[in-house]
Design a protein around this ligand. Structure first.
Ligand code: HEM
Length: 407
């Protein structure tokens, strides 16, 4: 059974699709450099990366995959509507990333409402695509995008409440609900849905015959897990949250079992597969360590106090590493131009792959070990620089591709 090649709807550079992620990462780079002078700099870096860069990439590329897999007519999701939601997401994100550090709650509320509106427009477009498409195995991907889009406004509501009552005794409970709904719901479900066809593409191999069926079966389990965690956290019933994490983990393992055969058949050698595979390992580490952390914490206060290592695993190990792998495959694909251009662009994205991989992953492991503070700061600095090296690589890749096409 072969993978349906995801044929891009539009080839070449599309500024509104391609550049916002780069811009958010550049702003994150500036914040990283000026960190000692910026209030709430860690929160800011986390949200510039996840709400800014990653959420835009998920918007843009899930639209691309939905189009490639369902081949729906343009009227199901016209380009001006896509542009509108990219703009709404950018404006909403800007309000949130300014509002939280300066404690302007009304700005955070306005930003979260705008972000939620953008996601609902996105969900409506996915629904129209599903209705317009012929039934097929890969509609499951778009169902995951819909489920992820439901999680995002819920997670945003928790974020607004966190910003409103940062010092309340509710904080630990809201923090768990917010991060789980965003990281496992909004990001996780989008990733699972996309990897149905994208995983074999990344590895240049064939799709596992059970993939579509197991992915379909895993969706209610993954969603039930998130719902249990949220209810457990909000209702102050920690065992329920632990049960929800266990349920979510079972769903993830059931789906993940279909990733093994392709990876054994074609172990990753190039940047896209290497970074994506490591990101999935960190995703599993995140799920297991979150479960252990919630199980072992004495109180919600302790749970919140020990959250930073989990955030580092989620943001650096899982989310940004996955973004690196995905963009290293997708940008060359959409640039188009034939095999010679493709090879030239791939070479750019493959630059120093092993070194980047080692710096990122060894740096992150070091930062998570009980090392002196100065060592941890250096390790995290190395990881950040490595992650942000994606920006020049992306820009070089685009320039090389455009030049090669003109030549
Ligand atoms: C929609 C708008 C959002 C708002 C208003 C928001 C707000 C917040 C607030 C107020 C906190 C707690 C800050 C503190 O520690 O004092 C927080 C933490 C966090 N949020 Fe968000 N957030 C948003 C979106 C997201 C998204 C999309 C993600 C991930 C995909 C995310 C992931 C996280 C994580 C991982 C933390 C924990 C950070 C830490 O350990 O300090 N947030 N957020």
């Amino acid at each position: 059974m072969g993978v349906p090649p995801p044929r891009p709807a539009r080839r070449g550079v599309a500024p509104l699709r391609d550049f916002p992620t780069v811009v958010w990462l550049c702003i994150a780079g500036v914040v990283a450099v000026l960190q000692p002078f910026i209030i709430e700099s860690t929160w800011l870096l986390v949200h510039l990366a996840l709400l800014g860069a990653l959420s835009h990439a998920m918007f843009a590329w899930s639209t691309f995959f939905a189009q490639a897999l369902l081949k729906t007519p343009e009227s199901a999701d016209p380009p001006p509507l896509q542009a509108l939601r990219f703009l709404l997401l950018a404006v909403g994100t800007a309000c949130v990333v300014v509002g939280v550090p300066v404690s302007a709650w009304w700005l955070v509320l306005a930003g979260a409402l705008i972000v939620a509106a953008a996601v609902l427009v996105h969900a409506a477009a996915m629904l129209r695509r599903l209705r317009a498409a012929l039934p097929g195995r890969f509609t499951v991907t778009v169902r995951y995008y819909l489920a992820a889009s439901v999680c995002m406004p819920v997670g945003a509501a928790f974020g607004v409440l966190l910003a409103r009552w940062p010092a309340s005794e509710l904080f630990g409970r809201l923090l768990l609900a917010h991060t789980v709904t965003m990281l496992l719901g909004w990001v996780g479900l989008t990733v699972v849905g996309t990897l149905v066809t994208f995983w074999p593409t990344l590895l240049r191999t064939r799709v596992h015959p059970q993939t579509a069926r197991r992915t379909q079966q895993a969706l209610p389990v993954l969603l039930a897990g998130i719902a249990l965690i949220d209810v457990g956290a909000l209702a102050d019933v920690r065992p329920l949250a632990v049960a929800g994490l266990a349920v979510h983990l079972c769903g993830a393992v059931w789906w993940g079992s279909t990733l093994l055969r392709p990876v054994l058949a074609a172990p990753p050698r190039r940047a896209p597969g290497v970074f994506a595979a490591s990101a999935l390992v960190w995703g599993l580490v995140l799920l297991v360590s979150l479960l252990v952390h919630v199980l072992r914490a004495d109180s919600w206060g302790h749970l919140a106090a020990g959250y930073l290592p989990l955030t580092l695993v989620g943001v650096l190990g899982f989310a940004l590493q996955l973004l690196t792998g995905a963009l290293s495959q997708l940008v060359p694909t959409v640039l188009g131009g034939g095999p010679a251009v493709r090879a030239a662009v791939d070479r750019e994205f493959d630059r120093f792959t092993l070194l980047r991989w080692a710096l990122l992953n060894v740096g992150l492991v070091t930062a998570l070990l009980p090392v002196p503070g100065s060592v941890r700061r250096v390790a995290l600095g190395v990881v950040l620089v490595t992650v942000l090296s994606l920006v020049p690589i992306l820009l070089r890749g685009i320039v090389v591709g455009v030049r090669a096409k003109h030549a």
